[in-house]
Design a protein around this ligand. Sequence first.
Ligand code: UDP
Ligand code: MG
Length: 325
Amino acid sequence: MKKNNILYIIIPCFNEEKVLKNTTKRLVKKLNEFIKNNKISKNSKIMYVNDGSRDETWNIIKELNNKEKMVTGISLSRNKGHQNALLAGLMTAKEYADVVISMDADLQDDIDAIDEMLDKYYDGCQIVYGVRKARKKDSFFKRVTAQGFYKFMKLMGVDIIYNHADYRLTSKIVLDELENYKEVNLFLRGIFPLIGFKTDIVYYDRAERFAGKSKYPLKKMLNFAWDGITSFSVKPIRFILTFGILILILSFILICYSIVMKITNHTVPGWTFIICSIWFIAGVQMLSLGIIGEYIGKIYNETKGRPRFIISENLLETKETRYKD
Ligand code: UDP
Ligand code: MG
């Protein structure tokens, strides 16, 4: 593979006025080192995506763009959330870049891991996931909630890389495929493993946010987790079905029990009938909901219209060469 490809670093920004200048300084230095060592093209860029910030973020991005030709940016019409901002950046960048790396504005993700990411990319990897080694520097609360999040996602049947946030290298080939995932409820961490291709992992230490506040309070985190589960898994629907079956089984046991009670004259009139009806009807209802849910689950998967397969290599001749002689 030819070296010095064009690299774009994509950074979604929401009210990040406090960190932008410092982040730019550190990244420009890093990219210039790569350019000097012929690892990336001199047309590589840092691309900020202003996600409808309410502070000076966009003005600072424009100012940085004037001063430093390596810095560029796009601005969304309003705040659409981290995942959408990231997608906007990726889809814009893929028209200019051979390879992109997404990261957060606060550089909590160690930028020195880019070296290894690029090496793996030149070795033929199309996706390189940045994975946090430990979370020593995160607050206890963040650590517990974040780790709980990954474990819960796994339990719910969503295939995600443990401790991988959105610090990731992706090649243009992968981004072209990503474009075919038309879903509106975006959970990029779940989509990339579905795309496949040769992938690898790079481990790094996660630092503290050096300025500004986290833009992911608990409420947003819970929303994010819920989006991840409901966009990737029909397991919650299966739970209803299983629950329905269990209640129905229980109702048969209770029916037997109440008949015995009736025969042995341990009941008041009407009790047997009411108990049997309540449990049986509840079981039937729950089961029916589960069955309807199964169909809704199918419809939901169909409406997403995700690609059913992606061809990574093709040994057939192309049409042009086939008809040449
Ligand atoms: N972000 C965004 N839109 C939002 C919220 C966050 O673009 O609505 C960006 C934010 O500017 C940052 C990244 O997403 O670059 C991650 O946010 P943050 O560092 O606050 O999250 P944490 O590291 O605390 O999970
Ligand atoms: Mg952060």
